[in-house]
Ligand binder design. Structure first.
Ligand code: DC
Length: 224
């Protein structure tokens, strides 16, 4: 794989992007770039500093001053560092999940994040997952995938994930939250969730994670 090989997977929440991107990166021996984790880390920082999430200028300053690192170690889950602290767990809280849209909708913040993501891509070949990777961050990516799944299946996957972690689930609230996240992702003025014209669409509704990874790997091998 050449230094410049960038593989991107965009799609809505709950379609399985992160798990697939992680698995594909492992299979191909590439780094994994979880861009959602980067927006989450910044949200955590804003919440901790009690910054007004409607204050665009403050959020941009915060983004410019934040040090966000993704650390890939062979055989271990991706670690997310914020200003030197491991926040891999903290960024998965409901509070962070529910507030990330403030960060993600702010154009100046996206600018900083997109820059950082591009620099990561210049350093190493990688598999990235997000919303705008094929359209904005890496329009020249060697391989672009758009991973989708029916809304009900995406909800069920989230429910199963939370249950597996031993967390209580309010299924109706979760379904409403996911619908709201979809709406915000699709309608954001900057970097909305959008399929790139040249992306390969994979509908994972009736597929296992392994089947999706295999399908993506086949596309990649066929084109190489
Ligand atoms: O993939 P995720 O659920 O961890 O993403 C968290 C949030 O970040 C979600 O609200 C969408 C946003 N996001 C984004 O705006 N652009 C990206 N490239 C990745 C995530």
């Amino acid at each position: 794989m050449s230094r410049q090989t960038i593989i991107v997977i965009d799609g809505p929440a709950g379609a399985g992007k992160s798990t697939v991107a992680k698995g594909l990166a492992k299979k191909l021996g590439l780094a994994f770039m979880d861009t959602g984790a980067m927006y989450r880390a910044l949200t955590l920082k804003a919440l901790r500093q009690k910054i007004n999430l409607e204050d665009e200028a403050a959020l941009v300053l915060l983004a410019q001053g934040a040090e966000i690192d993704l650390v890939n170690e062979p055989g271990r889950p991706l670690k997310v560092f914020l200003d030197g602290e491991d926040v891999s767990e903290a960024i998965r809280s409901l509070e962070v999940t529910n507030n990330t849209f403030y960060i993600a909708r702010t154009p100046g913040v996206r600018h900083v994040m997109v820059d950082l993501q591009r620099r990561m891509g210049e350093k190493q070949p990688l598999v990235g997952d997000g919303r705008d990777l094929g359209t904005v961050v890496f329009p020249q990516a060697a391989f672009k995938f758009y991973l989708d799944a029916d809304f009900k299946v995406r909800c069920q996957r989230r429910i199963d994930e939370l249950k597996a972690k031993g967390e209580g689930v309010d299924e109706e609230a979760l379904s409403k939250d996911l619908a709201e996240r979809d709406r915000k992702d699709f309608t954001r003025k900057v970097g909305p969730l959008k399929k790139a014209d040249d992306a390969i669409v994979i509908d994972s509704t009736r597929m296992s994670i392994d089947e999706v990874i295999e399908t993506l790997a086949r596309h990649i091998t066929a084109k190489k």
